[in-house]
Design a protein around this ligand. Structure first.
Ligand SMILES: Cc1cc2nc3c(=O)[nH]c(=O)nc-3n(C[C@H](O)[C@H](O)[C@H](O)COP(=O)(O)OP(=O)(O)OC[C@H]3O[C@@H](n4cnc5c(N)ncnc54)[C@H](O)[C@@H]3O)c2cc1C
Length: 401
């Protein structure tokens, strides 16, 4: 019998299993991952940014965990010799409205305890000659990394600490037996496993896993594709730092940015387009099962009605690269259509409540022996280590009790 089973070998599940073992090396911990290897879903398809945490509502779990996560991610990279680069991030204001929003963002960042510097037009021209803006906000601590490498290091550490990570093991049943001698029986492709406690960090499948765990699921995961381009080799060095537009406060997760990556590319993106397949990465992927599920969910229709205009704009940016380019040229006017080269998309797992409200912060649901991470939105890759720690706080006493 295991002490703890973690479903999902993304960065959140791995951080949780690793933290449990680091605190108590005598625990028996098992991670079950359905893919051939760890970190193939959101963790392996993202912008690779180590966020500093300036955007988030002060006092929210997101704000607190991101700030801690930025430091802990870099510490882990130092410990395991994983490359990262604290390139810094510039948020560019191009007009009066954006300058005002930038000022509000600076206040919010300060309340979150983030180091920020205000940059004027001349300083910006000197720092990033290919970027145009009237003012900018510099977050010097923001960095870049490959989260696949971070996740693999965590998996290696779990095994070194005596835990197990089993891949190609899709979980299809969860049976919780209560009482003093209770247990959770997890059925998967690789067999049946018993544990005293179970944590699910299943990302795009979080609602399905919660449902088979017997949770009354009051939300649904809606997949949002984040489509990227990459710049050609001739444009490498175009920017040194991460370049972001000032976010619209009503749509904070939107905003196509320029990101140098740790493997030497520059990506452009992502947008946020409704996905027709939770795990279909190629453009045009459709899963009838996934579509039928969100069509039958009342929250989806309410969300679509409230966000029709934005949704159509994002779709336009998906189908017409010229429309996408317009978003970037606002602050990087030298880019041309021919500079936008294909790059793999990511798919966000966004939890939506029945009334159509998108869940912005982390969302947990639990029973006596199960804890489900139902929403772990960006910047959860940055925050994974403190999230793991928080989850272990929630379940560990029970595991050891
Ligand atoms: C386009 C995009 C850009 C982003 N950019 C950033 C960024 O720059 N910085 C940042 O901090 N965050 C970013 N994020 C957010 C970040 O990537 C995610 O919040 C984070 O990776 C979530 O990790 P996770 O472990 O919860 O989920 P995932 O990485 O999705 O892992 C879930 C795992 O569960 C497994 N699983 C599912 N069902 C089963 C089952 N039945 N049995 C067994 N295993 C199962 C899946 O195969 C998967 O490996 C971005 C996300 C996207 C999509």
């Amino acid at each position: 019998m295991e002490d703890l089973i973690v479903i999902g070998g993304g960065i959140v599940g791995l951080a949780t299993a690793r933290e449990a073992l680091r605190r108590h090396p005598d625990l028996k911990v098992l991670v079950l991952e359905k893919a051939d290897e760890v970190a193939t879903a959101q963790t392996g398809h993202n912008s690779g940014v180590i966020h500093a945490g300036l955007y988030y509502t002060p006092g929210s779990l997101k704000a607190r965990l991101c700030r801690a996560g930025e430091r802990e991610t870099k510490n882990l990279c130092d410990e395991y010799g994983i490359r990262y680069d604290t390139v810094g991030k510039l948020v560019i204001a191009t007009d009066e409205v954006e300058i005002e929003r930038m000022e509000q963002l600076a206040e919010r960042g300060a309340r979150n305890g983030i180091e920020l510097q205000k940059i004027d037009r001349d300083e910006l021209a000197e720092m990033e000659p290919n970027v145009r803006g009237r003012k900018a906000l510099l977050s010097p601590a923001t960095g870049i990394v490959d989260y696949r490498e971070v996740a693999r290091a965590m998996a290696t550490d779990i095994v070194a600490l005596g835990g197990r990570v089993i891949t190609r093991s899709t979980v299809h049943s969860i049976d919780e037996r209560s009482g003093a001698t209770g247990e959770v029986v997890v059925g998967s492709d690789t067999g049946e496993y018993r544990a005293r406690r179970m944590v699910a960090c299943a990302g795009l499948q979080a609602d399905r896993i919660a449902s088979i765990g017997g949770i009354d699921v009051d939300f649904q995961i809606i997949p949002f594709r984040g489509e990227y381009y990459q710049l050609p080799h001739s444009r490498q060095g175009l920017v040194e730092r991460l370049i972001y537009p000032v976010p619209d406060p009503d749509l904070p997760f939107l905003g196509v940015h320029l990101s140098p990556t740790i493997d030497g590319r520059i990506t452009v993106g992502p947008n946020a387009v409704l996905g027709f397949s939770r795990e279909g990465y190629p453009r045009g992927s459709v899963s009838p099962r996934d579509v039928a599920r969100f069509m039958a969910f009342p929250g989806m229709w309410r969300f679509a009605k409230d966000n029709l205009r934005t949704g159509l704009q994002e779709m336009r940016s998906s189908y017409f690269p010229s429309s996408y380019l317009k978003l970037v040229r606002k602050y990087c006017p030298g880019l041309e259509l021919g500079d936008l080269r294909p790059y793999p998309a990511g798919i966000r797992a966004q939890a939506l409540m029945r009334d159509g409200t998108p869940v912005e912060d982390f969302l947990f649901r639990s029973t006596e022996r199960q804890l489900h991470v139902c929403n772990a939105p960006s910047p959860a890759a940055t925050s994974a280590i403190p999230i793991g720690s928080l989850i272990v706080d929630k379940v560990l006493n029970a595991v050891r009790g």
